[in-house]
Design a protein around this ligand. Structure first.
Ligand SMILES: [Zn+2]
Length: 200
């Protein structure tokens, strides 16, 4: 930091202690209130002198100083020194408001499901045959298949997700199972012979 800047900052701090407001200080020194507040609290970093600092670090590194020595000098880690010398910018992770988190497929499903002791009822749109339907990230899903994917992972090509409970809209994970088309047909036949499993 240049001497002129240092003495200016000292002056700002001094004036602040005499009771000048941040707004008055800002107007007097043509800086923002936030900046005035930072300066009175001894926070001198600004993008400009950060760049100067980084250039200094780079040239020290070029002159052969070790990462460790430079790090100690500037109060930063060796890794950060290394990043600066190769030009890696550190981006702070964006803060995401919880309420605005994008919903997962599971979250989307749960918006439409009413859980009961028996079947989990689908309250969203349905297909002609009564299966729950939903769109997620541009893809169309059957709700019970989406539930299977959420719980068990991707459904292999050609496999069907069937209902033990024979209730097409049901999305309860332990009411559904994966089967080949043939097995599905056999299961149906069995159920229609009155051998129906009662999991409701
Ligand atoms: Zn069920």
């Amino acid at each position: 930091m240049e001497e002129a800047e240092l003495s200016r900052n000292e002056k700002i701090r001094m004036l602040r202690t005499t009771g000048l407001s941040l707004r008055q200080l800002g107007e007097m020194f043509m800086i923002s209130r936030t900046r005035a507040d930072q300066l009175t609290r001894g926070i001198y970093k600004s993008p400009d002198n950060l760049e100067t600092r980084n250039n200094k670090i780079k040239s020290l590194r070029e002159s052969g100083k070790t990462l460790e020595v430079i790090g100690q000098e500037f109060g930063i880690t060796r890794e950060r020194v290394r990043q600066i010398t190769i030009g890696v910018e550190v981006h702070k992770p964006k803060k995401v408001k919880i309420g605005k988190l994008p919903l997962s497929l599971k979250g989307r499903l749960e918006q439409y499901i009413i859980k009961t002791d028996g079947c989990w009822k689908w309250t969203g749109p349905k297909s002609g045959k009564g299966y729950g339907k939903l769109a997620f990230k541009g893809k169309d899903y059957y709700a019970h298949r989406a539930m299977w994917e959420v719980i068990e992972g991707p459904i292999p090509e050609g496999m069907e997700i069937c209902h033990w409970c024979d209730n097409p809209e049901c999305c309860r994970p332990n009411h559904i199972f994966m089967a080949t088309h043939k097995e599905n047909m056999q299961d149906r036949e069995k159920k229609h012979r009155g051998n129906r499993k009662t999991i409701r």
